[in-house]
Ligand binder design. Sequence first.
Ligand code: BG6
Length: 491
Amino acid sequence: MSEETSAVIILFGGSGDLAQRKLYPAMFGLYKRGILAAHFAVIGTARRPWSNAHYRDIVVAAVAGDNDHDQAVAFSEHFYYQSHDVTDAEHYITLKELAATLDAKYQAAGNRLYYMAMAPAFFATIASHLKSEALLTTDGFNRLVIEKPFGHDYASAKELNDSITATFKEAQIFRIDHYLGKEMAQAIMGLRFGNPIIKALWNKDFIQDIQITLAEAVGVEERAGYYETAGALRDMVQNHVMQLVACLTMEEPTELSAAAVHKVKAEAFAALHRYTEEEAAANFVRAQYTQATIAGSDVPGYREEPGVAADSLTDTFVAGRILTDLPDLAGVPIYVRTGKRLTRKSTQVTVTFKPGAAGMFGAQPAAHLTIYIEPTQGITLELNGKQLGATNALVPQNLDFRHDKKAAQAAPEAYERLIGDALHGDQTNFNHWVELAATWRYIDVILAAWAKDDQMPTYAAGTMGPKAAFDLLQRDGHDWFWQPTRIQMAD
Ligand code: BG6
């Protein structure tokens, strides 16, 4: 969708790191594509007292490249700053008046996008003031974009949802999971449902297992304050990993609409095989990174990171074995893992197809389909092919596709797609409450199992996690396909 949109965007958290690193560049991308053009204004709010001029300088600094400085300045002229105390009702009146003035100035047609990109403790307060101070317009759209974390367990997520749905209807709420904005995450549907050969094989008769890896090389960085309250299970599994699980297991939607996609996703989440606490403890592994020397530099362990408790029990790594009760894939293990300070940054999915019975060519090894989500973007399908030369032996050969790096960089980045979708009212790639509720319920069982155990296994920074994460697969006679320490095709 590329038509121009009109809106006054009210951004709570306008001075924050997310706004500067992701949201302003994403909006600038939309501006360059003409999706944001003449009829938009952004009101950035935060506590500190900034002038519009200072705010615009910040926006320019966040978005301008070498060749687009003038365009960045023109873009920044649509930005207005409002010092705002989220608990003070008076401030919402000021905000409402400013929004109305800017609406008239830019002819924004009464459309409002409220964007919550600040500490989640304030989400509910903001939503209730938007209602009590009557900020929602009657003559345009009113949409809420809300960042994670959306709760820290089912009960808190429900409480937050109840408070925002007192102001906004589900059809007006756009809960961000930035993984759903990634090119290759969006490509999964087309791969699965646009190829009869893949469709025919996507079931338990042919698939041995599915593996999802979201590996990060960075540590906790400056985010210990948040991360200590979250850990890898809440930070990555409850949202990003689970959304990929749904994309990989859901049935084919009847059409490419938000409603149809959310319907099959809801079914996929409802069909997640629920473990007892004992089963969860046996099927999920957690661990924390410890100090190591990586490429000659000393890397601190998690407990030595600034802001982390010396006896912290926060998980920086999770591996799990997920099952679905969906009939097509029942019994097929879905192995997932994610962690900080792993060997290399890579997000990838591998589907392993069952090996064939030995025949005239001898053993027929399992074939692998790998979807590279980041940093490279593409697909590899491994087939058994005749070895070159005077032999009939079969060896694995790769059909390898990669998006061209430059073209991939020129395509809209995840946040740009998602903000564009929210402006266009397309909820397909956002988290529905039903999905969040189901994933939190699933995660709560694992959290409860872990709460009973104060042992925190460790792994050395720079490795792919603890041995237990490998044992988890070996128990089933399987192995992680992607092992960055093993020589493999480019990934
Ligand atoms: C965020 C997490 O949701 O995703 C971060 O809070 C993590 O801890 C990030 O680093 C990873 O995203 P990406 O796009 O870099 O893989």
